[in-house]
Design a protein around this ligand. Sequence first.
Ligand SMILES: Nc1ncnc2c1ncn2[C@@H]1O[C@H](COP(=O)(O)OP(=O)(O)OP(=O)(O)O)[C@@H](O)[C@H]1O
Ligand SMILES: [Mg+2]
Length: 258
Amino acid sequence: MLTLTGLTCRFGAVTAVDGVTFSVPTGQVLGIIGPSGAGKSTLLRMINRLQAPSAGRIDCDGLDVTALRGRALRRWRGEAAMIFQNFNLIPRLDVVTNVLVGRLGHLGALRGLAGLFSAAERAMALGLLDRYGLADRALERAGLLSGGEQQRVAICRALMQSPRFVLADEPVASLDPRNSRMVMDALAAIAREAGLTVLVNLHDLALARAYCDRLVALAAGRVVFDGAPAALSAARIVEIYGMDEIALAEAGLAPAHA
Ligand SMILES: Nc1ncnc2c1ncn2[C@@H]1O[C@H](COP(=O)(O)OP(=O)(O)OP(=O)(O)O)[C@@H](O)[C@H]1O
Ligand SMILES: [Mg+2]
């Protein structure tokens, strides 16, 4: 169980995340939604400790994450794998090597770059690529793959670090609908099959509803909705995003019973 208590991040006069409190049970797929600038990225970055909180706490199964330093902090960052909108692969390296890069936290960077990954690590990387439909692409340069394929490689790389959490910040924002669904399928499978906890920032409400067990909406850094996707009514969406009902209906977002 991951618990955020009064988590706050200020940048000068701007309060990006403002007293956020919620808990995420292990194995949940939690979608974080809300308008641009609501604080979604800052929230994920604080959980990974890429961004220092100004106030509040992050706890995980009795561990005070906010207090971690040095080696313990590096271990935590390995356990909270991040996925980004732009994949962050090394384009000129082949796919399987990009996946193996996920192990670099576990061994000296020099040993890794010298091509000294163990046979077991290579087998693990190939197994992950196979699971996500990319086994036949293993030896291609990563930069030649489509965006959706590259994001699935990035997911395999994240899983190579044996994380407990996957923190995905707009993982499908630059993908077409078909590739978006394949990437969301992969994220949902991680929670279902491997029992990992997935926190995913999403702009696309239809995908958020379809794939997440639970949604938390932020507006101006505060939690303004926390519940099952089915409980997110058209009226709440209007409140959160400030859209009018007509624009919402045109976007196909109004629930059938509204
Ligand atoms: N490093 C920073 N320095 C100063 N202000 C920042 C920094 N990072 C974020 N902010 C500000 O904090 C607020 C929240 O930003 P954040 O990127 O977390 O929002 P977001 O919900 O992820 O938005 P988007 O949907 O556009 O990605 C914004 O007002 C942003 O300008
Ligand atoms: Mg963001």
